[in-house]
Design a protein around this ligand. Structure first.
Ligand code: MG
Length: 391
């Protein structure tokens, strides 16, 4: 059956949330007129509502593929790229070669220096939708298209403890421990008493068996990070995430050589070309690709690259409506060295209602493990509620 892409549409989805991402606002943090707040701890801009960009591809034969990328800041930038650059190129094209199409779309802008940023985010959404479409057309999940599913369940670590005080954060982590979770990551950027006090309290509250990770949010110079991580190691830290600025490859490599725990990084990297210099510098021990930034084609290639270098993959999870998360579970399920997948409880659980399974089983996360959907394509598609939110 030959088919052609008829229409490519991007939608911005906004979902209000009670507590802002990274927890309640700190002293001196205010919401600006566009609804953003600058977190003082890492000087980074965050929205106060959950936002995402959903992408829909319709074919002449009546098939629909769904993709998604980041919409947390300037989602209209992605929509403009899709409408002006990508959709007209895609319309009329045979859709069943997602990796080939991804390379062609990358080529459109590479000599202008668009190796990342909003352009690659837009490509990620298109790529996910094309793999979804291909899976649906062949009646198999994306994991089958990628070479086969190795895991039906994936260990999930609890990411972020969005409570105002350290006591409350320890109690919150213990609640999750009571539900069967055994990995916990705290955000040093909102650890008001310092990262060492944070891990000491968590270790005492969670006991010796718990795995505790620290997200250092790119804020340290290499010497600062080395000193800090060495202190955290005494409390049996599992890994140190994003210790230095993302551009400081040599600094991060220096940290990786100097400390006794693996450095984790990569949520901000979109292509194998961005991973390669970090790999060459041996700057990390754990790669954290983010499906909403990479799309499925690059995610799989990054997974293969890390596999070839004997490095672990612990995929990142972020604010989204569930479509790129499902894609991440599909692609992750094919990876051999997959100790964890991040679990953003404050996003995944409330937003589950926005998707529905394409087969008989929905994705889920309980007792410390993700479970995968069994249907074709991504295994999930927008629910009626999400369709109403697409604007
Ligand atoms: Mg992070």
């Amino acid at each position: 059956m030959t088919d052609r892409i008829e229409k490519v549409s991007a939608f911005v989805v906004e979902i209000p949330r009670e507590t802002p991402y990274l927890g309640p606002l700190r002293e001196g943090e205010t919401i600006n007129r566009r609804g953003y707040v600058v977190r003082r701890g890492n000087r980074t801009l965050y929205p106060t509502a959950d936002r995402s960009v959903v992408l829909r591809i319709d074919t002449e034969q009546g098939l629909t593929g769904w993709g998604e990328t980041y919409g947390i800041v300037a989602p209209e930038a992605v929509r403009a790229i899709v409408d002006d650059v990508l959709a007209p190129v895609l319309e009329g094209r045979e859709p069943s070669a997602p990796a080939v199409i991804h390379e062609d779309l990358y080529d459109l802008m590479r000599v202008r220096g668009f190796f990342g940023g909003f352009y690659l985010d837009s490509l990620a959404a298109v790529d996910i939708a094309l793999w979804d479409l291909l899976g649906k057309r062949l009646g198999v999940p994306v994991s089958t298209l990628l070479g086969g599913r190795r895991h039906e369940t994936i260990p999930a670590y609890v990411s972020g403890l969005p409570r105002a005080t350290l006591d409350e954060r320890v109690a919150f982590a213990r609640e999750w421990q009571g539900r069967g979770f055994r990995g916990f990551k705290f955000a040093a950027v909102v650890a008001d008493d310092g990262a060492e006090a944070e891990i000491a309290a968590l270790r005492e509250g969670l006991g010796p068996q718990a795995e505790i990770m620290a997200d250092l949010h790119w804020r340290h110079t290499a010497p600062e990070a080395i000193r800090l991580i060495r202190r955290l190691e005494k409390h049996n830290l599992s890994f140190a995430e994003a210790p230095c600025a993302p551009e400081d490859i040599e600094g991060i490599a220096q940290v990786a050589r100097a400390v006794g725990v693996p450095v984790a990084l990569g949520e901000e990297l979109r292509t194998v070309f961005e991973w390669q210099p970090r790999l060459a510098a041996r700057a990390f021990g754990i790669g954290q690709p983010e499906m909403g930034r990479t799309g499925i084609t690059e995610f799989a290639r990054i997974g293969a690259l890390l596999h070839a270098n004997h490095l672990a993959v612990m995929p990142h999870a972020t604010i989204g409506v569930g479509l790129f998360h499902a894609a991440s579970l599909q692609a992750s399920s094919t990876l051999q060295r997959l100790p964890w997948h991040e679990y953003q409880h404050s996003i995944f659980e409330p937003n589950l209602r926005l998707t529905q399974p394409t087969g008989t089983r929905h994705m889920g996360c309980a007792a410390g493990f993700y479970s995968l959907p069994d249907g074709p394509g991504l295994g999930v598609e927008p629910s009626e509620e999400m369709l109403r939110l697409l604007t």
